[in-house]
Design a protein around this ligand. Structure first.
Ligand code: FAD
Length: 545
């Protein structure tokens, strides 16, 4: 068989995973990797940490050197080569490099051009310096040069998604006074409000100012003005309001595009044009939970897709199963992570949400910390739809387990069957993921009933009585307004004093003691529910109850 020419556009996560795997499976074909930037195979995800110096060496951002890609993989790697047009009929791409324009022929074209930061073009932007977005090494060089030269004291991060908050943390570590402005009502939009509020608290605890529900209306010099007229100094501005597929080069190519100009592909990454395939941030994938089209600009799907496409083009019968959007971020001492769908993406009438508080390792062993885990599941099918968690340690492990459970089509009550490594320094004999399985099964069997934090007010208006079953000392840091106090261990004797014609909601710190209280009261004939997430969750939400 004649050797083929495979042209790859984009030499980072998806493109380079494709190219190296393809080479391992096909030693003879000519593989040309074109990238418009000066570097290939670099660590986009490490860039925010280089700004603060936590990643010290700029060199370490370049994961694999061009020379190694040539020597070991015999890839024809060409940085500073931008594909400006694609001609599917003649099977050529037009390339611009060093002011020259020329064409390259392909047998197969693989597109992995990634996503580009969305620009807002805020009035006043053009007449000031120090506004950046962060996508690649030249961007991070520009930011660090600006910091070294201008010594900014104040920074504004526009957008509180993962990259925005990573930048906020790293600029704070760099000694700047940082403000984050987010148009949505909460930071970290992939999470649900009650979980994301804890991220906002962690930012504020670390002296990062957070403004939600506002956008920047204009700049006047280095002052940023918000829609409500408040203004503050911002020597350095990072624009991190999301990304969109970088598909400009496809303008004339007649390749089918969909949401936000993302490339439409089938399950084998084939575009609407013959012999043209696409992977990574630029493609529209199917969400693995609900099958809906989605843009999931994350490194793990991009790498997986690149490798799978290499397998497919080497004759293997593979199909992409979809993306879950599993993601994680460190915010100072806390970690926030999620997988699957959040409550805004599901039909609230058909799902149940549960919040479980556990420890990263045995509570009696030194330095155990809390993990707050939320699981959303379909009440009819018991399918796990999504999960979110935050805490200081072990959050990654729990969300990774649930992401794996979703991929394995496990039902929510199956989480109790998972068997983990356990010794006191590492975990607990009943991991918080197991607890979620026990809890869900109790819900499904009707052993426990719950209300959510956002239903507290409505219940109180209906006359429902809240009982705080915590111990006296726990109430020093606050309690739910108008709740009566009966510590769980006194409840059996005091139940006789309660009016059986009323409805009750019980709560404690984590929901465990109140669950016991609920069972006691139910057995005695009371109409009672447990407050899901209990005070540990609600404490951070008092302004919103
Ligand atoms: P990219 O890796 O972006 O590569 C695309 C390449 O194509 C670029 O080098 C670009 O120059 C090139 N290109 C584009 N158009 C052309 C053209 N016309 N001609 C030639 N070359 C072209 N994901 C996570 O999962 N976890 C994280 O912690 C995380 N952190 C991130 C932090 C930052 C600052 C950024 C920017 C991204 C982060 N991501 C993270 C996202 C992750 O980097 C991407 O999902 C992943 O790199 C996508 O791979 P890709 O191959 O689709 O695109």
């Amino acid at each position: 068989m004649e050797n083929k020419t495979i042209v790859v556009v984009g030499g980072v996560a998806g493109g380079m995973s494709f190219a190296t795997r393809y080479r391992r499976l096909n030693q003879d074909d000519h593989v040309i990797v074109l990238d418009k930037g000066p570097y290939v195979s670099f660590a986009n995800c490490g860039l925010p940490y280089y700004v603060s110096g936590e990643i010290e060496s700029r060199d370490s951002l370049i994961v694999t050197k061009k020379e190694m890609l040539q020597d070991r993989f015999q890839l024809d790697v060409r940085p500073n080569h931008e594909v400006i047009a694609i001609h599917p009929k003649t099977k050529k791409v037009t390339v611009r490099s060093e002011a020259k324009t020329f064409e390259i022929e392909y047998d197969t074209l693989v597109l992995s051009p990634g996503a580009t930061p969305i620009q807002l073009n805020i009035p006043g932007e053009a007449s000031r310096s120090g506004i950046f977005s962060l996508r690649n090494i030249p961007d991070v060089d520009a930011i660090t040069d600006y910091i070294d030269t201008n010594k900014p004291k104040t920074a504004l991060v526009i957008g509180a998604g993962f990259i925005g908050l990573e930048m906020a943390e790293n600029l704070k570590h760099k000694g700047m006074q940082v403000t984050v402005v987010e148009k949505a009502p909460q930071v970290l939009p992939p999470l649900d409000f009650e979980m994301a509020m804890h991220a906002q608290h962690e930012l504020e605890r670390n002296d990062v100012r957070v403004v939600t529900g506002q956008s920047v209306a204009k700049f006047e010099g280095n002052d940023a003005y918000l829609e409500d007229g408040t203004h503050f100094n911002a020597d350095l501005v990072i624009m991190a309001v999301g990304v969109m597929p970088d598909t400009k080069m496809l303008a004339e190519a007649n390749i089918e595009l969909g949401m936000r100009q993302g490339i439409v592909v089938d399950k084998q990454f084939k575009t609407s044009e013959e012999d043209i395939y696409a992977v990574g941030d630029a493609i529209i994938v199917s969400h693995q939970v609900n099958g809906k089209p989605a843009l999931v600009p994350l490194a793990s799907p991009a790498n997986r897709q690149g490798r799978q496409l290499a397998d497919i083009l080497s004759g293997q019968a593979k199909e992409y199963r979809g993306s879950l959007g599993t993601a994680i971020v460190r915010i100072f001492d806390m970690t926030f992570a999620s997988t699957g769908l959040n409550m805004r993406q599901v039909d609230a009438d058909k799902v149940q949400e549960i919040h479980v508080l556990g420890k990263d390792h045995a509570g009696y062993f030194p330095n155990a910390t809390d993990i707050q885990l939320k699981v959303i599941y379909d009440t009819q099918t018991e399918t796990i739809l999504g999960a979110q968690a935050f805490g200081q340690k072990g959050v990654d492990k729990r969300i990774d387990i649930i992401a794996t459970a979703i991929k394995a089509n496990m039902k929510v009550s199956d989480l109790q069957e998972l068997e983990f490594t356990y010794a006191p320094p590492f975990g607990t004999a009943k991991d918080v993921v197991n607890l979620a399985g026990y809890y869900a099964e109790n819900m499904i069997q009707g052993i426990t009933e719950t209300i959510q934090w956002h239903e507290i007010k409505k219940e109180q208006e209906k006359g429902t009585i809240f009982i705080d079953v915590r111990f006296d000392n726990e109430r020093e840091n606050g309690s739910i307004e108008n709740a009566i106090h009966i510590p769980v261990d006194n409840l059996r004797c005091k139940m006789g004093q309660l009016d059986p014609s009323k409805n009750y909601v019980v709560y404690c710190h984590s929901g465990v003691r109140s669950y016991n209280a609920e069972r006691m009261m139910k057995a005695a004939g009371f109409n009672v529910k447990n407050l899901d997430g209990s005070y540990a969750l609600v404490a951070g939400l008092k302004d919103f109850l």
